[in-house]
Design a protein around this ligand. Structure first.
Ligand code: ATP
Length: 211
């Protein structure tokens, strides 16, 4: 079907993005090109009900997400989950987007760790009814399909052994070499982290998030 006659195809990619790293950017790039998306909504999560730790302040995560993704044609950073009070549920976001974009097709993107946990998500059956699921394999994550779900789309991309947790720890310990930093973090995000003294590397006077 030509682009003119098929429904708009919208990718939806949520995450804490604390910080956004190169696997996130690679996943977004691969989704835009391999899935022929008209638009990719990037949604930094608000109060992520499934994350045990406190996240960095929303303005910092939003600013970093913009720096990481906004250079990708078709990617749009969407603030709605950061503005939402209470838990951030993907189904609420999908239902809101479906109302705003009648007739659009949605593809929900996630890494293998989230896929493995998917049937624990709030109203996961409704999510699967609203969106195709698209998974990027992640080193160390089980790939079993939850029973009763349509097979997920797969992104063709070599697995990347990078996580925000490992990055935060390495930054806090001062163990991240400049080569590793350049490989794992978008350059503008690395600069932002350093300027604002995030992740345990405080630089007095430079910690205020943007207004
Ligand atoms: P943390 O280590 O703090 O849990 P994270 O690296 O998993 O963070 P998130 O912001 O939680 O990053 O992830 C957003 C989305 O990106 C999730 O669907 C996650 O599975 C996916 N993702 C993150 N890193 C990878 C990776 N290396 N390979 C595949 N998917 C990834």
């Amino acid at each position: 079907m030509s682009q003119a006659s098929r429904p708009r195809r919208i990718g939806v990619f949520g995450g804490a993005f604390d910080p956004p790293h190169q696997a996130h950017v690679a996943l977004a790039q691969a989704a835009l090109s391999q899935l022929d998306l008209d638009e990719l909504r990037i949604l930094p999560t608000g109060d992520a009900w499934h994350k045990a730790r406190r996240l960095s302040p929303a303005p910092h995560r939003l600013a970093m997400a913009r720096l990481a993704f906004e250079g990708l044609p078709g990617a749009v950073v969407d603030e709605r989950e950061l503005r939402r009070e209470g838990p951030s549920y993907t189904i609420d976001t999908l239902e809101a987007l479906a109302l705003e974009m009648p007739g659009a097709e949605f593809v929900l993107l996630m890494g293998g760790d989230q896929w493995a946990a998917f049937t624990g998500w709030h109203r996961w059956q409704d999510i699967a009814a609203h969106a195709r699921l698209c998974v990027l394999a992640r080193p160390g994550s089980a790939q079993a399909l939850p029973a009763g779900l349509a097979p997920a789309l797969r992104l063709e991309l070599p697995p990347m052994d990078v996580s925000a947790t490992a990055l935060r720890e390495a930054l806090a310990d001062g163990h991240l070499s400049s080569e590793e930093q350049a490989r794992l973090l978008p350059e503008a995000v690395a600069r932002y982290i350093s300027t604002h003294g995030l992740y345990g590397r405080p630089q007095p006077g430079l910690t205020a998030p943007p207004a």
